[in-house]
Write a protein that binds this ligand. Structure first.
Ligand SMILES: Cc1cc2nc3c(=O)[nH]c(=O)nc-3n(C[C@H](O)[C@H](O)[C@H](O)COP(=O)(O)O)c2cc1C
Length: 141
């Protein structure tokens, strides 16, 4: 059964990358949007976004990381996006998961799962399960 790839961005703190790598260890294809070639590419089919939020409490600041916005400039990529995974930190209060939630609201795509920082083993297991269900749903049409 084809596996939906997870395109992710992670800053220098690498928390989201660590989570993505746990998914990869479970056989999930992952693509790093920090790689210029990846963010200039088009997803060959349905894909899932994994993104942290960077709001810093500033209303004027973009919450979605620039490499994610770059990838989403492609209308093909926007159309093929099927769901969003968010990494955040509850210390940011009302801004918790701001990027994932704002994108979900604009794109009308579901938030599949939210976790803090690099996630727990339970977060990884839950996400693996959700993505496997997504694969099965797509295979069933
Ligand atoms: C400057 C700054 C702003 C942040 N703003 C938010 C925010 O608005 N909402 C949120 O949920 N998390 C926020 N976070 C937490 C990060 O999204 C979280 O730590 C994430 O795991 C970072 O992933 P990364 O290390 O892959 O970049 C912020 C972190 C920093 C350093």
């Amino acid at each position: 059964m084809p596996k939906v790839p997870v395109y992710y961005y992670s800053s220098v703190s690498n928390l989201t990358r660590r989570f993505a790598e746990h998914l990869a260890q479970q056989g999930r294809p992952i693509r790093d949007l920090a790689d210029a070639e990846v963010r200039a590419s088009e997803a060959p089919g349905p894909w899932v976004l994994l993104t942290p939020s960077y709001k810093a409490g500033n209303a004027d600041e973009a919450t979605l990381p620039a490499p994610v916005r770059r990838f989403l400039r492609s209308s093909t990529n926007r159309r093929r996006l099927i769901g969003i995974l968010g990494s955040g930190n509850r210390n940011f209060g009302a801004h918790y998961q701001a990027a994932a939630r704002e994108l979900a609201s604009i794109s009308h795509r579901p938030i599949l799962y939210e976790f803090e920082l690099s996630g727990t083993p339970e977060d990884v297991a839950a996400t693996v399960r959700i993505l496997n269900e997504l694969d099965a749903g797509l295979a069933a049409g």
